[in-house]
Structure formats: C-alpha cells, structure tokens
Design a protein around this ligand. Structure first.
Ligand code: NAP
Length: 381
C-alpha cells in the first residue's frame, strides 16, 4: 500500500490521479490532499477518501470545508502543502498544482526523500538547476507524469545516457494548429480552450495553443534527462498517439505509443518500476488508424517555442522570466485583458529587458518571478 500526497487535487491531473487511486484502492491510499479554491470539487473527494491531511488556499475555503466535512486537520497555503508533502507516512508526492507555486513543496519533498510524481513542469522550468541538484544530493527519484516525458522515461529505461542521439518530443499542435498567424489576430479565449486531443486545465490548454507548453516541456526534458538543447527536437504529430521518441546513436528509434489518456502515465508514475493493469482505458488498435501524421515545427509560426528554446539555451534566470511572464500573460488572456498574440509579445519583451543572473539562488528566483509578473502588468497598463 502506497500513501499518496496529492497537490492540485481539484485540477485536471488531480482528478485523474483520484480516478487511478479509486481503481486501485488495494494499492494506493490518499493520505493528503491539497487544492486552492474549488471546495465544491474537493468536498466529495474528502468525504470519499477521508485523507488525514487537507490543505486549502485560504481561510474562507478552510471554513467551508470544515463545515461540510468536519475534517480536523485542515492547513492553509504553502506551509500546509509542504507539511502534506513531507509527512512521515507519505510514500509518493503527486505534484499537480499549476504554476511555480509548486516549487517549495517539490524541494521540501526532495529533501524528505519522497518519491515525486512530477506533473508541475513550471517547477523544473523556473528552477531546474536547483531541483535536479537537490534530487541528486538526496537521492530522490523524480518520475515524470507529462505524457511526453513519461514516454521518454520509458524509452530510456535500461539505456546508457551516452548512447542517446536525440530526444524527439511530439506536439499535437494545440487548438490553432491549422491557423495562419494572421488568423490568430482575433481568436477568443473560448477558441483557445478548445483543444483537439486532450481535456486539460485552462492554463496548459492556452500554453498548448501558443506552443509555449512544448517550450516548457523542452526545458523540462533538458533537466529531467540531462540532455543538451541541441539534442532535443520537437515534431508535430496531430494524433497524439506516439507520445515521444528517443533516437540512439545507432539510429535505432524507440517510441512509446498509446491512446491519449493521461491516467496511463499518472498510474505508471505511481507504480514504477512495476505496472498495474488498467481496464478503464482504450487499447490502441493500430489497424483502426488510417495513418499517422508528422510535420516539422515552424519556429516563426510558433514563436513561443523559439522563445523557450532561446531562454533554455541562455540559462541563468532567463527560464524563470519566460515562465513567470507566460503565467502572468496567460492569466490576463484568460481574463480577456489582452489578446492571444499579446502573450508572446509580453514574454519576449520581458526576456529582452531582463538582465540575467547566471546561477540564481532560490531567493533570486522568487524575487525575479515576482518582479517579472509585476513588469508584465505594467506593460499592459
Ligand atoms: N492537464 C493535463 O493533461 C496535464 C498534462 C501534463 C502536464 N500537466 C501539468 O500539470 C500541472 C497541473 O495542470 P492541470 O491541467 O491539472 O491544472 P488545473 O486543472 O488548472 O489544476 C490546477 C490545480 O492546482 C491548484 N492550485 C492552483 N494554484 C494553487 C495554489 N496557489 N495553492 C494550492 N493549489 C493551487 C488548483 O486548485 P483550485 O482549482 O481548487 O484553485 C487545481 O487543483 C501543470 O503544471 C501542467 O503543466 C497537465
């Protein structure tokens, strides 16, 4: 029996993690659950799983949850998430919060030597050098949840790092894959939230439409697999059936395939190195697919992908700025305060005006993250 601490329980990955736990109640127990505001979703989860620790985003939400469930151990905010992630009883932390707010809990869990199933890619983008150094120091495993990184992790299983020629990350192309740049001028939030293959949280769906999500994944792959940027490629693949590939130096290519269902990589992250059966997902019947499509990525069309590669290569505090500017800009787009194309403009301007710090400390990162968000707000004003 593994005790799970789940951060971001009310989100898309969170709910799917709950579903995996529900299907294997003899294997997993939900020990701790954290979320921000959505008590309507969280209250039935708390009633069903009776977690020992509950963490919420505010005093008001704590009162709502306490009244509805009678739960005695409800904590608030960052300190609560860190306590939930490091409790002695916890075996695996699933970090599925959205944004760099997940960083302190990841670091705390690494130091407490908890296995971490990492969905929260912003943690690695904003502070990859610190997270990976701490993981190595404390010998803490980080198991990817993102389907692309799970695919690469599986393809690399048992292989030697020096035998890898390149990683190939696939990209569905997001909501606007068939639109020209001119056609992106007037797109609405509703258009952008209409992803062709995956049902995900709002921020990652917008990031998929702008291709920033792929850019964040490139930086995530750089850190998780210790791979230089020149060895990371992105390939457009509409069907999201091949989740990613690894080419080795003998030109042999290993790919991981499956029907698009995030519960599969989530479950694998919880069971690694074993596998459990999963009856509730579709088998991939290749004969039912008439063909699979592949296309070279156009870096001018998908400008955010280029910005992410550039920021990753520049290193230092540039990825922190990329991430913070993007989080702020996407939040403003979702509030209809800016247009879709303003997202890339604001990210680019923030990167251009930032004076990079070569090896930022955690406090530098927190400060730069905050400053960048403020700067983006000022640009918009
Ligand atoms: N969705 C996917 O298929 C997918 C795939 C691969 C990777 N990921 C990554 O997984 C992460 C989560 O994505 P998602 O799509 O599941 O996001 P989401 O649906 O927006 O859910 C985000 C979760 O984080 C919680 N949260 C946000 N801010 C918080 C705060 N300050 N304190 C505590 N909790 C907070 C939210 O709580 P409330 O809603 O209750 O406020 C919610 O439970 C992201 O890093 C994303 O890139 C997602």
């Amino acid at each position: 029996m593994k005790n799970i601490a789940l951060l971001g329980a009310t989100g898309s990955i969170g709910e799917q993690t709950i579903d995996v736990i529900r299907q294997h109640k003899d294997q997993f127990s939900l020990f701790a659950l954290a979320f921000g505001r959505n008590s309507q979703k969280a209250i039935p989860m708390i009633r069903e799983f009776q977690p020992e620790i509950v963490v919420v985003g505010s005093e008001q939400v704590r009162n709502e949850v306490a009244e509805a469930t009678g739960h005695a151990s409800i904590f608030i905010g960052e300190e609560g998430m860190k306590a939930a992630s490091t409790a002695a009883e916890v075996d695996v932390l699933v970090n599925a919060v959205m944004g760099s707010v997940g960083l302190p809990s990841t670091l705390a869990a690494i130091r407490a030597q908890k296995t971490i199933a990492i969905a929260n890619k912003e943690t690695l983008v904003t502070a990859g050098h610190i997270v990976m150094a701490e993981a190595e120091k404390y010998n803490t495993p980080l198991i990817p949840v993102d389907s692309e990184h799970s695919a690469i992790f599986q393809a690399l299983n048992g292989e030697r790092q020096e035998d890898v020629r390149r990683l190939i990350i696939t990209a569905s192309g997001g909501s606007f894959r068939d639109n020209s740049r001119e056609e992106l001028e007037g797109v609405t939030v509703r258009d952008a939230l209409n992803h062709p293959n995956w049902s995900m949280g709002a921020k990652i769906t917008i990031d998929s439409a702008s291709m920033m999500n792929k850019g964040l994944e490139v930086i995530e792959a750089h850190w998780l697999f210790d791979m230089p940027y020149d060895k990371i490629h992105v390939l457009q693949h509409r069907e999201s059936v091949i989740h990613s590939l690894v080419e080795f130096k003998d030109k042999s290519v290993m790919a991981q395939l499956g029907s698009p269902d995030m519960r599969v990589p989530i479950q694998y992250a919880l069971t690694y190195p074993k596998r459990l059966s999963f009856d509730d997902t579709e088998s991939l019947e290749l004969e039912e697919l008439s063909k699979l499509n592949f296309q070279k990525m156009d870096m001018e069309r998908f400008r955010c992908l280029k910005l992410a590669f550039d920021a990753g290569r520049a290193g230092g505090s540039m990825p922190t700025v990329l991430n913070a500017a993007n989080e702020q800009a996407v939040a403003m787009f979702l509030e209809e305060e800016i247009s879709f194309l303003d997202i890339e403009t604001l990210v680019e301007k923030s990167l251009q005006e930032h004076k990079s710090v070569s090896t930022p400390s955690l406090s530098d990162i927190m400060e730069i993250d905050k400053e960048t968000r403020e700067r983006v707000k000022r640009y918009v004003k």
